[in-house]
Write a protein that binds this ligand. Structure first.
Ligand code: HEC
Length: 156
């Protein structure tokens, strides 16, 4: 059996890592986003530019910037709001003060659920691509690098 599996591997050229299911926007992230984020980042939320012009007003109405499509969401990962998803969803393991990002709480009702959904987001963003850096350096935190950006996967 094992020998058969190995032979199959050779024949099909499938390598071990691709046995793992690919995390995609359509299959995994979109449903999770709809459940956990849509209430405040959906169709009736302002686009980032408008949000920033009137941040106080929108925050008071519990509206964050709109990210209800694939294209809008990845703008909070790659550019222009580089690393925003990572900074806000991180559980504190990658932040300077070991404090979770302020959207981490919305990932689930229990820590188990939050960790599971964080892992899903991380896997979707890409292996070793979970970087909290911004486009430009801020304080002691350096700017994102091209090598970091190259690791971003965010499969549709
Ligand atoms: C109860 C409402 C609410 C929910 C639910 C919510 N958010 Fe937010 N979010 C906000 C508000 C309000 C802001 C703007 C204030 C701030 O920056 O903290 C924000 C800001 C953000 C930002 C920062 C955007 C920027 O301008 O840099 C990101 C990224 C984000 N949210 C992602 C998410 C994700 C992903 C989820 C789901 C897991 C989520 N949020 C769930 C209300 C919410």
């Amino acid at each position: 059996m094992l020998r058969f599996a190995l032979a199959l591997l050779l024949v099909t050229g499938v390598s071990a890592p691709s046995w793992a299911q690919d995390i995609t926007y359509r299959k995994h992230i979109r449903p999770l986003w709809t459940q956990k984020c849509a209430a405040c980042h959906g169709v009736d939320a302002p686009y980032l530019g408008e949000f920033m012009e009137n941040q106080k007003k929108f925050e008071a109405a519990l509206k964050g910037p709109r990210m209800d499509s694939y294209a809008d969401l990845i703008a909070f990962i790659g550019w222009p709001d580089t690393g925003a998803i990572m900074r806000r969803l991180d559980d504190g393991k990658n932040t300077a003060e070991r404090k979770p990002g302020n959207m981490y709480q919305y990932l689930g009702a229990t820590d188990t659920e939050r960790q599971k959904n964080l892992a899903l987001f991380k896997e979707w963003v890409g292996k070793d691509a979970w970087k909290l850096n911004r486009w430009e350096a801020r304080g002691k935190v350096p700017a994102i690098t091209k090598a970091d950006l190259d690791r971003i996967q965010v499969k549709y």
